[in-house]
Structures are given as structure tokens and as C-alpha cells.
Design a binder for this molecule. Structure first.
Ligand code: MN
Length: 163
């Protein structure tokens, strides 16, 4: 039996709100910051800025990173699942995602220094005209939005560290 790599997309309210797209490669998560998040519309090309590899445990985090350094702020697990990587060349990746929000083929292509593009492949999972980020803003783990995680009703901000 083949165990497929994992993918996770975290929505991160850091200095600027962005999505972190992470794709398992062995015991690390290759990572890109995607300011506008993924799309299921093949006509939409999303900037994906490569960042350092992260640990597998980083991809399990949902909560609020305290402090003021880069990387602090609320994080939700926006989507996760398996990734069947069908092409892995320098500067070009193609993979089939099986997540709760994202499914089917996607491609990540390097177009410049620190600049990749994430795009949905035209297949039966494509949804032209859709905006999955607006339709489904919530965590697939807790059902909470990042704002609800940051400001839980009746809770002080200090009390919302991840379990
Ligand atoms: Mn981030």
C-alpha cells in the first residue's frame, strides 16, 4: 500500500494575512506563502512565495502564536489531506490533492526569483468562477475562522493557545 504525502493549507494572520501552502516531502513540509490563497478556478493564478521548509508538526498547528516577531498571530488549518505528486521537477510541481476544500490537480510553477504561481488544473474538480477562500473561510479542524480563534467570545486573548 502506498502512503501518499500530506498537504496542509494554514491561514495565518501574521504581519499580513496569508495562506501557507505546505506539501510533504519525506519528513519536512515544503512551504509557500500564498497571499490570496488557493483557487478552484483554473483561470486564477495565485502568487506563491517559497519559504523555508517546515517540520511536519508545524503543519499540525492551529492556535495563536504569541509575540510580535514575524510569524506570530492566529493560525487555522484551512484545509488538509493527501497529495499525489505526479510531477516533481526543479521549478515545477504537479499534484492531485484530496482535501476537504481542495481536490483534483494543481500545479506550482517557478516564474522568477522567490516567485512561483499556484494554479488549478482544468479537470472535473475545477470550479470556474468560484471563490473557495470566500465561501469557506473556516478551519476544517475546529470550524472556527481565524478571527474567532483570535477573539473567542468571553475569553481573554491570553487564553487561546492551542491544545
Ligand atoms: Mn505564515
Amino acid at each position: 500500500m502506498v502512503i501518499l504525502p500530506r498537504f496542509v493549507v494554514q491561514l495565518h494572520d501574521a504581519t499580513t494575512l496569508h495562506f501557507d501552502f505546505r506539501l510533504q516531502s519525506g519528513d519536512v513540509l515544503r512551504s509557500w506563502a500564498v497571499p490570496k490563497g488557493p483557487s478552484l478556478d483554473p483561470a486564477i493564478r495565485r502568487l506563491a512565495v517559497p519559504v523555508e521548509d517546515h517540520s511536519l508538526s508545524a503543519g499540525e498547528f492551529e492556535g495563536v502564536h504569541e509575540g510580535h516577531r514575524r510569524g506570530s498571530g492566529a493560525v487555522i488549518i484551512w484545509d488538509e489531506g493527501t497529495a499525489d505528486i505526479v510531477r516533481d521537477e526543479p521549478g515545477h510541481l504537479k499534484f492531485i490533492l484530496d482535501g476537504r476544500k481542495l481536490s483534483g490537480g494543481f500545479a506550482l510553477t517557478r516564474t522568477g526569483e522567490k516567485r512561483w504561481i499556484l494554479v488549478k488544473v482544468r479537470d472535473t474538480d475545477a470550479r470556474p468562477g468560484s471563490d473557495i477562500v470566500a465561501e469557506r473561510p473556516e478551519s476544517i479542524r475546529s470550524g472556527k475562522t481565524w478571527q474567532e480563534l483570535r477573539d473567542p467570545p468571553g475569553d481573554s486573548p491570553a487564553g487561546i493557545l492551542a491544545e
